[in-house]
Design a binder for this molecule. Structure first.
Ligand code: ZN
Length: 377
């Protein structure tokens, strides 16, 4: 069966305004106006590459619609949804809560279109219309918590999709694998006490949010053991990521036996990303993608849905995303990584002792996940 694909022009029209990289322009404080780093450029170039390389014709397009209030309120507080709408209705836009999450005019509706697109993609997978899928959406979601936007994220798309899968599609157990280079703190927080949603985050230690995503954050109450973090040291390359996949992510998925795997697909662990200091190349994302697709085949009839998150190098992220998407679709396009001669040596450094130590610390926690029988059809 084919791979589903969600994209929409409005995703590119989410307006993050004039900023200086991360922060609002403040001329009187010496911060000159410029572009916000979470701009449409990277996402647009991914979509154009998916089209130009010919892959688009083999994907099944799924037209997004706005997530309903019922869908949003499974995850977010009513007060936050109202705040987001009020900010979005302002002529000049506003912020979703932390001062780092710009809301352009109409961004609330666009964020709902992102979440709704992901929900419908999950439904298409559940109904067997597609085997798996990729939602190339903006704004991203994995930092947003129940009651605030954070780190460019307005609505936690993956959390909304996970709850939809459980409440409407009968998938009892959902695993979220977050490979964005920043900690998937919002998704973790939403499911922190819930053993029915396993959250696993591979990220650069101490990058964003600060002081978040340590290995000791392992869930609480009934959810103890069901939040896993692999805080990788800065400078980690492919060997470290693949060691983390084999020592933590795959064993955790095998124990958890999910009915559905959701992937927070951020590509900001690439060696040229401005918002982190990791060393991955496009082929690294291909290998991570292949391992996740294999896990979905083994555990849940191939049901894997990826939601686009971060990735801020406009000329390299598209090749990382394409490599990942090719693995989902099982199709190799004629476009190979044009930067491979430089990027692959960056990525191919050996697994260093301090990286192994960090990963193995997380691996000890995998046994806290109770093995269970997959109960869904
Ligand atoms: Zn990120």
């Amino acid at each position: 069966m084919p791979t589903g694909y969600v994209h929409h022009p409005h995703y590119l029209w989410h307006d993050t305004g004039t900023s200086a990289g991360l922060i609002p322009a403040a001329p009187l404080a010496g911060v000159a106006p410029g572009a916000h780093i979470e701009s449409p450029d990277t996402t647009r170039r991914i979509h154009e590459l998916v089209h130009a390389c010919g892959l688009l014709r083999d994907l099944v397009p799924i037209e997004p619609r706005q997530a309903t209030m019922v869908e949003l309120l499974r995850v977010h507080t009513g007060a936050y949804v109202q705040h987001l709408q009020e900010q979005s209705d302002l002529r000049g836009g506003g912020d979703a809560g932390d001062g780092f999450s710009p809301v352009g005019r109409g961004s609330a509706e666009i964020a709902r279109l992102a979440a709704g697109g992901l929900v419908d993609l999950v439904t298409a997978v559940a109904e067997g219309d597609v085997t798996n899928g990729y939602a190339l959406l903006r704004p991203p979601g994995h930092h947003a918590t129940a009651d605030t936007g954070m780190g460019f994220c307005l609505i936690n798309n993956i959390a909304v999709a996970a709850r939809h899968a459980q409440e409407e599609l009968g998938f009892a157990r959902v695993a979220v694998v977050d490979v964005d280079v920043h900690h998937g703190n919002g998704t973790q927080a939403i499911f922190y006490t819930d053993p029915s949603v396993l959250t696993i985050s591979l990220h650069q230690a101490g990058c964003f949010p600060p002081d978040s995503g340590g290995v000791e954050e392992n869930g609480a109450g009934d959810g103890l053991g069901y939040a896993l973090n692999v805080p990788l040291p800065p400078g980690s390359g492919q060997a470290a990521y693949l060691h983390a996949m084999h020592q933590v992510v795959l064993p955790a998925l095998d124990r958890f036996t999910p009915d559905l795997i959701l992937v927070a697909a951020g590509f900001d662990g690439n060696a040229w990303d401005p918002l982190a200091r990791q060393m991955l190349c496009a082929d690294s994302y291909r290998q991570i993608g292949r391992l996740l697709v294999d896990a979905a085949d083994r555990l849940c009839h191939g049901r894997l849905v990826a939601a686009h998150e971060g990735g801020y190098n406009p000329w390299y992220v598209p090749h990382c995303a394409l490599a990942f998407l090719e693995e989902l679709a099982g199709i190799t396009t004629p476009v190979t990584d044009p930067y491979a001669a430089i990027a692959e040596p960056y990525a191919s450094g050996p697994l260093l002792p301090h990286q192994r130590e960090a990963i193995d610390e997380a691996a000890y926690l995998v046994d806290r996940i109770a093995t269970a029988t997959n109960t869904a059809a």
